[in-house]
Design a protein around this ligand. Structure first.
Ligand SMILES: Nc1ncnc2c1ncn2[C@@H]1O[C@H](COP(=O)(O)OP(=O)(O)O)[C@@H](O)[C@H]1O
Ligand SMILES: N[C@@H](CCOP(=O)(O)O)C(=O)O
Length: 305
């Protein structure tokens, strides 16, 4: 059987950074942030050419090991066949290995680009299938859900398939991230988690996670109690003691702060008027940034954009 046909025109995909867990919502909650990677893909006559600017330009492989390329290859197989050649141009702004969802962004970008350059791609791989595929590649659904849908997302697994809903985060939220200079790979931070957690801790997290839905959407004044976690952050302390110390000191000041994703970045929730002050609460070893909320999620853009 003949494989699929491909568009000659290039496509541009823009994918947001994401902060997962948000305290008690381990592997379930995600928040899309206004910091983006752009990937431009063009089907070529032969070969693979990868161009990288920004994050990872000095370290990432420019061949089949590149995560965007790997996600594209998996997607092309699913859609019926590979193109003869590929040109991939990446403008990376999301820091790697910091807990801001760079790997999920790369995976979502690859899948969306492969779908967009394949004629009939969106009919063969719908958005639900896209979330499932991205989750399968990433291994957990929280970042990819927020990356694809934007806003605040709740993800879960149903009969083995990833599902997610998107909620509107309260517009008064002003996320501040404190990014350390040294990365911790998600795989390393997941390796520190125990197989089982005490029932009392699971129960505490269930209550806080339910409260966090209300706090993030309607009542930000509840964010301090709502962001308490007992099932992943402390277990990860050996890999990121300074991050746990910063979370504790911000919380002691009344600022809702959590480990972003698997860390080591710390995420705090400020308000419009307090964001600058909150950003200065950490020492100079942290790169503190006030970020916007992303409400649109990953999108295919006109090439000029
Ligand atoms: N834009 C990208 N292009 C290619 N590979 C990427 C990209 N972003 C992330 N990666 C890969 O994912 C790794 C980081 O993933 P991970 O440990 O899950 O951290 P993060 O919290 O940033 O997602 C990088 O070391 C790199 O191998
Ligand atoms: N739920 C995951 C989230 C990982 O997010 P990342 O941005 O660090 O990749 C986990 O806590 O392991």
């Amino acid at each position: 059987m003949a494989g699929p046909a491909f568009r000659a025109a290039a496509v541009r995909v823009r994918v947001p950074a994401t902060s997962a867990n948000l305290g008690p919502g381990f592997d379930a909650f995600g928040l899309a942030l206004g910091l983006y990677d752009d990937v431009v893909v063009r089907v070529a006559d032969s070969g693979l050419h990868v161009d990288i600017a920004g994050e990872g330009a000095d370290t990432l492989a420019r061949d089949e090991r590149h995560l965007v390329v790997k996600a594209m290859r998996t997607t092309f197989d699913l859609l019926g066949g590979q193109p003869r050649g590929l040109e991939v141009v990446c403008a990376n702004r999301i820091p790697h290995g910091r807990g801001l969802g760079s790997s999920s962004a790369a995976i979502c970008a690859g899948i969306m680009a492969a779908r967009a350059v394949t004629i009939g791609g969106p009919e063969r791989l719908d958005d639900a299938g896209l979330l499932e595929l991205a989750t399968e590649i990433e291994g957990h659904p929280d970042n990819v859900a927020a990356c694809l849908l934007g806003g605040f997302t709740v993800a879960w697994s149903e009969n083995g398939a990833a599902r997610a809903i998107r909620l509107d985060p309260n517009s008064s939220l002003a996320p501040v991230v404190y990014v350390p200079s040294v990365p911790v790979l998600t795989e390393t931070a997941r390796g520190l988690l125990p197989r089982n957690v005490p029932h009392v801790d699971a129960a505490a997290n269930a209550g806080r996670a339910a409260l966090l839905v209300e706090a993030l959407t309607r009542r930000p004044e509840l964010l301090l109690p709502a962001t308490e976690d007992r099932i992943h952050q402390e277990y990860r302390a050996p890999a990121m003691p300074e991050s746990l110390a910063l979370v504790a000191s911000l919380r002691a000041e009344g600022v809702p702060a959590v480990i972003s994703g698997a860390g080591p970045t710390v995420l705090a929730f400020a308000e419009e008027g307090t964001a600058d002050k909150v950003a200065h609460l950490a020492g100079e070893s942290w790169a503190a940034h006030r970020l916007e909320l992303d409400t649109a999620g990953a999108c295919v853009l006109p090439l000029g954009a």
